[in-house]
Design a protein around this ligand. Structure first.
Ligand code: SF4
Ligand code: SF4
Ligand code: SF4
Ligand code: FES
Length: 599
């Protein structure tokens, strides 16, 4: 089919919108609510206006390009005076109903509304109606996600991602017209709702209406307190994503520069969560074998994703015995820093504070779980996301791209295997576990350490591992996104699951796509491939690629823990889970109100 855009001939196929054809042919049209990666075109923001003239029309019309199909013979104009004026007015109206504290907004500099305001040439805002936006909800109840609906532009991207990617459906559209608001289902505070704190909604929010909880000042209070010994760890997936915040190459490994940055900040001890990932494999792999040998609860689920743990506790509490009792790498490192490291370095454990840098918003809640408090103090004191750590460095005038490289210098808890770093990708925990479990059972290393059946983008991947005559073949499954996890759980509950061991990561692509990672404008996981490949490249280049061969892990067991699943491990590295199902009784009045709100 053929039409024109700004006088230039364009070819297109049936079912393409004006916006899609314009983009394919290099004509820029501003957008705000639309998000192609989610196939999301609610048509609510109306900033993508264009002038069209259909083949048989006499008159021109102004339409939203994201919802209008391109037609044979259609002539589209994107920059007429009327289009520009109407786009400008539309942005003014959006701002009139928007809390404009841009200078202090978490999204400052990364805000898609600021961008469109610049694009349409807005020089001043004539309208401002605080009486509308100030009565909207501000919800600080969650340790992970902050909701400030005074900034919401009602693009509904968050509703879509929570419902269709995660299958959680915690967010709903309530009211109508000017009163329209994104609410939490059943009007609950977020921390009491079905939300599992994954932060995926934050990644798609074009403005500062959804944000991670800000703990930067808490971290600074610890780092700049001379009475305290600050220990910082950073997770596998952070190092191939953080460079994006400093205009570095996508997927570049910035581990060495992060060490320099932390030293410049005055952090006392820099550790690597990868070390603890190797430790988790030793404990979790041994736990799997113990369950297989002793007819324990199967399938065993991985436990390192707190979004997933939240999901099971809130939706399938009867299946918490299936979750490995091994704590996550973040928590294992915290526990080891305040015991083993304190002993080795002759430090007063009461003065040690652990800060984590994580790709994850749910890790903030994990660190606050009562199960991870010991002698009145948490194993991990403060959790920063990758985005927060980037903001902290910028506040301190540190440009990661310009820093020199440094190496880890702590001799106790920094070495890691290639198996540890792939924890950052979906399938990585399972692949790492297979490398070690095979050795534990057969006494031999795997011929090929890269278990490609477990890699890839498919929401569920399967493989079978042969664990010898005594244990036989064990069927493995790797799942990412909670929508797929729910499908799997329902299969297991109905007795239709062949699996012995299941890895679940809440976020698409695993932690590299975590809700605390750098976000890209107009894109959902646009850099996933590079981040993921960066992680696999680190694994490929490590001399040691199996957790059980990490010399620092061997020394930890020899000097302190003695053996996997031993007494000290149980005390420090294993945890318990709870039934956190939401119990809510609706009155007929409430049910009727919801029906009205949805209609
Ligand atoms: S954090 Fe995750 S579960 Fe919670 S509202 Fe956002 S997308 Fe939904
Ligand atoms: S909270 Fe953000 S993502 Fe959700 S509708 Fe509002 S602006 Fe859009
Ligand atoms: S997949 Fe990773 S980033 Fe996402 S919730 Fe789980 S642990 Fe956090
Ligand atoms: S981008 Fe088209 S209406 Fe929002």
């Amino acid at each position: 089919m053929i039409g024109t855009i700004n006088g230039k001939k364009v070819e297109f196929s049936k079912d393409q919108t004006v916006l899609e054809v314009a983009r394919a042919n290099g004509h820029f049209i501003p957008t705000l609510c639309e998000l192609a990666d989610l196939d999301h075109t609610p048509g609510t923001c109306r900033v993508c206006l264009v002038d069209i003239k259909r083949r048989n029309d006499v008159n021109h019309r102004i339409v939203t390009s994201c919802t209008t199909p391109m037609e044979e013979g259609m002539a589209v104009l994107t920059r007429t005076p009327k289009v520009r004026q109407m786009q400008r007015l539309q942005v003014e109206l959006l701002l009139a109903d928007h809390n404009q504290d841009c200078a202090s907004c978490v999204r400052h500099g990364n805000c898609e509304l600021q961008d469109v305001a610049q694009f349409v040439g807005l020089e001043q805002t004539r309208y401002n109606y605080p009486e509308f936006y100030e009565r909207r909800t501000r919800d600080y109840s969650s340790p992970s996600v902050v909701r400030d609906m005074s900034k919401c532009i009602r693009c509904f991207r968050c509703v879509k991602v929570c419902r269709e990617i995660q299958g959680i459906d915690a967010l709903v559209i309530t009211q109508k017209g000017l009163e329209t608001e994104i609410s939490v289902r059943d009007h609950l505070p977020l921390n009491e709702s079905d939300c599992i704190s994954c932060g995926q909604c934050i990644l798609v929010c074009p403005v500062g209406a959804l944000a991670g909880r800000n703990n930067i000042e808490d971290a600074m209070d610890l780092i700049y307190n001379p009475e305290l010994i600050t220990v910082v760890q950073f997770a596998p997936a952070v190092r191939t994503a953080m460079g994006e915040e400093f205009n570095m190459a996508k997927g570049e490994n910035v581990e060495a520069k992060m060490i320099t940055a932390l030293k410049r900040l005055g952090v006392d001890v820099v550790l690597d969560t990868n070390f603890a990932a190797d430790l988790v494999i030793m404990e979790e792999g041994s736990e799997l074998l113990h369950r297989l040998k002793n007819k324990g609860t199967l399938p065993m689920f991985t436990s390192c994703c707190p979004g997933w743990v939240n999901f099971v506790e809130k939706n399938y509490p009867e299946m918490t015995p299936n979750i490995s009792t091994t704590s996550s790498p973040q928590q294992c490192l915290g526990a080891m820093a305040k015991t083993y490291l304190a002993e080795k370095m002759d430090l007063d454990p009461d003065r040690i504070r652990v800060i984590s840098i994580m790709p994850c918003t749910a890790k903030k809640g994990e660190a606050q779980r009562p199960e991870f408090q010991r002698n009145g103090r948490p194993d991990v004191d403060v959790v920063l996301t990758t985005r927060e750590f980037s903001r902290l460095l910028k506040r301190e005038g540190l440009d990661l791209a310009k820093l020199e490289d440094s190496q880890f210098d702590n001799p106790w808890m920094t070495d890691y295997s290639g198996a540890a770093v792939i924890f950052g990708n979906t399938g990585g925990v399972m692949e790492a576990a297979v490398r070690t479990v095979h050795k534990l059972v057969t006494g031999n290393e795997l011929d090929a350490v890269e278990y490609t059946d477990l890699r890839g983008d498919a929401l569920r991947r399967e493989a079978t591992v042969d664990l010898g005559p005594a244990l036989g073949e064990v069927k493995l499954a790797v799942v990412h996104t909670l929508k797929e996890a729910r499908r799997l759980m329902d299969e297991i509950k109905s007795g239709n699951s062949p699996y012995g061991f299941v890895e679940v990561m809440a976020c698409p692509g695993g932690c590299q796509g975590g809700g605390g990672q750098p976000r890209s404008k107009h894109s959902y996981h646009g850099t996933a491939r590079e981040r993921s490949q960066g992680i696999y490249n680190i694994d490929k280049n490590r001399t040691i690629r199996q957790s059980h061969n990490n010399p620092m892990i061997k020394r930890l067991y020899a000097d302190f823990l003695k053996k996997p699943l031993g007494h000290k491990s149980h005390e420090l590295l294993h945890t318990t889970y709870r039934d956190r199902r939401r119990r809510i009784n609706h009155s007929m009045h409430e049910i009727w109100k919801e029906i009205e709100e949805r209609s």
